[in-house]
Design a protein around this ligand. Structure first.
Ligand code: SF4
Length: 517
């Protein structure tokens, strides 16, 4: 008779999930790593390599088109990415249709955010006073460097050498992990997707699903390289369990924990973190020292406002009614210590930008990314910035206008992003506004400026425009391919030029308007 699994693995949380005996099971340190369906499965001999993100060239503008072209050239990745994100968009739509007051919720959320942002000083002070009254130490950081120094100071006061951390875009924005590595403090990400990205030395490619651009084969390769899993096994249960086995001891031994924040409530001095893995609770509750990094735009006035945002957030992000964990943090655990770092890092300045201040309403749901045809087909890392997709096109230039000057041009301006945004940010209008600002400040390449000027001249002269269209139609119909499809025709590099119609709308209108009148 075989030994029951719970006797073989008494420390396992769910021994009933163990698969029956498998002679191919992966063993490490005398213990089996695989669960349930985790038998080794052969891979295709040569999986498609993962396309990497944008290449940085010092202060030169990020070339998103170049990185996007490499992503498009990896068809398995492009197809998977496009389908996975469109699936999230469709799930979001289904959830939205299930709530009759959806549009009222969006308007309410937008109004709450706009009210808070226009009274931010008052609510921040109220939040600080209430958090202090709850026994929390509150710090202020004007920029990324100060944030990192403050956290380092807290850790060194406690002699902490290792930190477990749940996913936080703010800490990505602050370059927190590289900074901590430079001062000898080990940071361990507790979110599975973020941990995958950390092990692969890559930034998150999406604000909600950081490793969404990776195929299972990519994750298998990363884990084989970093935690010693079987490179030939890309079974998701096996990979997830292997990561749990590798990371859990680090979590249990960590000196300090760190979380971000989704919403900070001024009237109570409390804050909320939403996760689907419960990893914020691990980061906050396992070590005695909890540090929370909070962007100053995360404030909402009252607890009752939270319900509006919680109803919108997960539905917009993943198309699920609620996140698995909506964790409220009020004060330090018994015998522990809690610190909050309130971070500005350019937010006050953005608040003063007439055309862009409402981008501070963003609740980082990622819905605008999931719906964006450019993002879905080029991958988040092609933007070479902390924030990618439509919201990134607005936020990134506020950090570095020159470096991110190409990004506002990577949009079709179709408006889908604004339509799905749960806090009603006019995203596509702000992207367009950035184009105007960048052109006015000469932050666009000379060739683009010349092209746009020529296009402007042509479009403002109807007779010249019609003559050019007629000439282009003839050229497309008769010129040899190499004249049309060459290096100068960026459009034609990835697609065929459309067949010209037999008759333009203008000539049709002229021929028929007599009948219409
Ligand atoms: S801009 Fe709107 S849709 Fe995009 S991440 Fe922010 S809240 Fe979500």
């Amino acid at each position: 008779m075989s030994t029951p699994p719970e006797m073989l693995y008494p420390e396992m949380l769910y021994p009933e999930l163990l698969a029956p005996f498998d002679m191919h099971a992966i063993m490490r340190d005398g213990r089996r790593l695989d669960h349930a369906e985790a038998a080794s499965k052969p891979l295709r001999s040569r999986p498609e390599p993962q396309p990497r993100g944008a290449k940085g060239h010092g202060k030169r503008p990020i070339d998103q088109a170049e990185a996007a072209a490499r992503f498009i050239a990896a068809p398995e990745h492009e197809k998977m990415h496009d389908e996975r994100l469109w699936d999230l968009r469709q799930k979001r739509d289904r959830e939205m249709h299930g709530i009759t007051e959806w549009e009222e919720l969006r308007s309410l959320a937008s109004a709450i955010k706009e009210h808070t942002l226009t009274h931010l000083d008052e609510y921040l002070e109220q939040f600080e006073a209430n958090a202090v009254a709850n026994g929390v130490h509150v710090h202020w950081a004007k920029d990324a460097a100060e944030h990192n120094r403050v956290v380092q100071g807290i850790l060194s006061d406690h002699g902490a050498k290792s930190l477990i951390k749940s996913k936080s875009m703010l800490t990505e924005e602050c370059g927190f992990r590289p900074y901590m590595a430079s001062v000898g403090i080990e940071v361990i990400e507790t979110d599975l997707g973020e941990r995958i990205q950390q092990l692969d030395n890559e930034d998150p490619s999406h604000v909600v699903v950081p490793a969404v651009h990776k195929l299972r084969t990519d994750v298998a390769e990363v884990f084989a390289r970093t935690i010693g899993t079987d490179p030939a096994n890309n079974d998701v249960h096996y990979l997830a369990e292997a990561q749990r086995e590798a990371t859990r001891p680090l979590i249990l031994a960590a000196d300090a924990g760190m979380t971000g924040c989704n919403f900070a409530v001024a009237e109570t001095g409390t804050f909320v973190v939403c996760t689907n893995e419960g990893n914020a609770d691990l980061s906050a509750n396992v070590p005695k020292l909890h540090i929370a990094s909070i962007g100053i735009e995360k404030i909402i006035p009252r607890l009752e406002h939270l319900a509006v945002f919680v109803r919108l957030l997960s539905r917009s992000a993943l198309g699920s009614p609620v996140t698995q964990y909506t964790s409220h943090f009020r004060g330090p655990r018994e015998g522990g210590e809690m610190h909050i770092v309130l971070v500005d890092n350019g937010r006050s300045e953005r608040l003063g930008m007439e055309e862009f201040w409402t981008s501070l309403k963003c609740i980082r749901c990622g819905a605008c990314m999931n719906t964006c045809p450019v993002y879905r087909r080029s991958g988040g890392l092609s933007y070479g910035a902390t924030y990618s997709g439509p919201i990134g096109l607005i936020i990134d230039p506020t950090f570095n206008e020159r470096k991110f000057s190409n990004l506002p041009f990577t949009s079709t301006l179709n408006g889908s992003c604004s339509n799905v945004c749960p806090v009603k940010i006019n995203i596509h209008e702000q992207i367009y506004a950035w184009r105007r600002v960048l052109v006015a400040r000469h932050e666009t390449p000379l060739a683009k400026r010349v092209e746009m000027k020529a296009a402007g001249e042509l479009l403002s002269r109807p007779a010249a425009y019609r003559a050019a269209i007629a000439a282009a139609d003839v050229a497309l119909a008769h010129l040899p391919r190499f004249v049309i499809y060459n290096g100068l025709n960026a459009w034609g590099r990835h697609r065929e030029m459309p067949h010209p119609p037999k008759q333009t709308f203008h000539s049709w209108y002229q021929a028929n308007r007599g009948e219409k009148q």
